[in-house]
Write a protein of this length. Structure first.
Length: 458
């Protein structure tokens, strides 16, 4: 029996979809103005695991992850690049698919794009206006009247008065209340716009998810997901829009993935403390990289924050290589998993307990040790099958362990010299890159006084 932590009730609850056996799942996807970073990758990998575990548990899952392809940052970036918004988003969507594939993320069943759902958003805004939940500001923008929606703040546990007290933003003249948020923005010169009964303009961010959920799933989803920071205001606003329009719950379960941090802070574009998933993958061996990152992102519980460092990533790699080495040394046979017994039952109990991956991974670890001890192809088959439910251990073990890059393929001396020069030139990113490349190939470097470096095989 699967239990999930529901942000709405702040409790673990038995998971029961609206329609037995079927799950409607919607995850807020990326804003495609740039490459996504490892923090974003965490959230998307967590929901990839959710989908896989639901499917492994016998549910038929319809999985939607939207693409935000219109917003301020996209317009601004396209302008900086001197390209059209369409050209920028098309390029970023292609890159996103490439990177998601490398991370072994399942393609969602549907990937709705905001720009293709503008009419649905306008219909929803018109409906909200009729119900007295939306109004036109004098400036051509249309706002949501937060005070008219009973229950605003229920997801993030905020009362309107708390929100007011924390309000620092100067009240925009056109808003009746500073908490009101924009549904439709009046057109500005040289910005993309759509005609509407409210005048030419473009949608605000929050309305797109409400419209796309309604278009793809109807009134109520089973699971709505996203990163921790989306609880407020984004998901709160989605609830106000969708539930304000239908009077029905937007989602039965709200799931939020905790942050991936860097230097004790949330990794984010705006803080500038980020690594794109692409640059991290490019530093890793191409045969291993995607699964190393996946393993690293999943081994912490999805509701606990994790920290990204090169060392923790390398630690995940070492552990993952241990699993693949066990599967290389004992060839797995295909097995029919009996979920009621032994390691399979323990693994399932952990995953069913709000996807408790730290415990599930400990079970895999124990099973791996047993494989190493017994050399049992059936146990190896079980290990492969259990990992397979969440997208692990499916590659050819010998090829995986060997990797593409080995020390013998590298001119180690030349790289060490290049690194010394890079450091002299204060090109520390190149110097680090070389250290990482050598590290992956099993070469340890030791910097000596006087700018000399010694290397040895680990
Ligand atoms: P964005 O493209 O900024 O809309 O973000 C896409 C998704 O990544 C959202 O669900 C965010 O909540 C999530 N996200 C952003 N930063 C992080 C982070 N440091 N750790 C985990 N998830 C994040
Ligand atoms: Zn959303």
């Amino acid at each position: 029996m699967l239990a999930l932590h529901n942000t709405l009730t702040r409790r673990k609850e038995r998971f029961e979809p609206l329609e037995p056996g079927k799950v409607r799942l919607y995850v807020c996807g990326p804003t495609v103005y740039d490459y996504f970073h490892v923090g974003n990758a965490r959230t998307f990998t967590v929901f990839d695991m959710v989908v896989r575990w639901l499917r492994a548990s016998g549910y038929e899952v319809k999985y939607a992850r939207n693409i935000t392809d219109i917003d301020d940052k996209i317009i601004e970036r396209a302008r900086e690049n001197n390209e059209t918004m369409e050209a920028l988003t098309a390029r970023m969507i292609d890159a996103m698919h490439e990177d998601f594939d490398r991370l072994k993320l399942l393609r969602p069943d549907i990937e709705p794009r905001a720009t293709r759902h503008v009419q649905g958003m306008l219909d929803l805004i018109a409906h909200l206006e009729k119900k007295g939940l939306a109004y036109r500001g004098g400036n051509g923008d249309v706002y949501y009247a937060v005070r008219q929606f009973e229950g605003y703040g229920k997801l993030s546990g905020k009362s309107l008065d708390d929100l007011r007290a924390g309000e620092r933003v100067a009240v925009e003249q056109a808003k009746r209340d500073p908490l009101d948020f924009v549904l439709w923005k009046a057109a500005k010169p040289n910005e993309p716009k759509w005609p509407s009964i409210f005048g030419d303009g473009r949608p605000g961010w929050h309305i797109e998810c409400s419209a796309m959920c309604a278009a793809e799933f109807g009134e109520t989803l089973d699971i709505h997901g996203g990163g921790w920071d989306l609880q407020f205001p984004h998901h709160e606003n989605e609830i106000a829009q969708s539930e304000g329009a239908t009077g029905k719950p937007l989602a039965r379960y709200w799931m939020h993935a905790a942050f991936l941090n860097f230097d004790s802070e949330k990794m984010s574009k705006s803080l500038g403390n980020f690594f794109t998933a692409r640059e991290v993958l490019n530093k890793l061996d191409p045969t291993q990289g995607g699964e190393v990152v996946r393993f690293f992102l999943l081994r912490g519980h999805y509701r606990s924050e994790i920290s990204y460092t090169w060392d923790t990533l390398m630690d995940a790699r070492t552990t993952l290589l241990g699993f693949y080495t066990a599967l290389k040394d004992t060839q797995p046979v295909g097995v029919e998993v009996d979920w009621t017994r032994g390691h399979a039952a323990e693994f399932k109990a952990a995953m069913d307990d709000d996807l408790n991956t730290p415990i599930a991974f400990a079970v895999l670890h124990e099973l791996k040790n047993e494989v190493n001890r017994t050399k049992s192809p059936v146990l190896a088959g079980l290990l492969k099958a259990l990992g397979g439910t969440i997208g692990l251990f499916q590659d050819d073990p010998a090829a995986f362990v060997q990797g593409k890059v080995s020390a013998s393929d590298l001119d180690v001396d030349a790289l060490v010299l290049e690194r010394i020069q890079a450091k002299r030139d204060r090109n520390f990113s190149r110097a680090d890159e070389i250290r990482n490349q050598l590290d992956l190939a099993g070469i340890a470097l030791e910097d000596k006084p006087g700018g000399l470096t010694e290397w040895r095989k680990k």
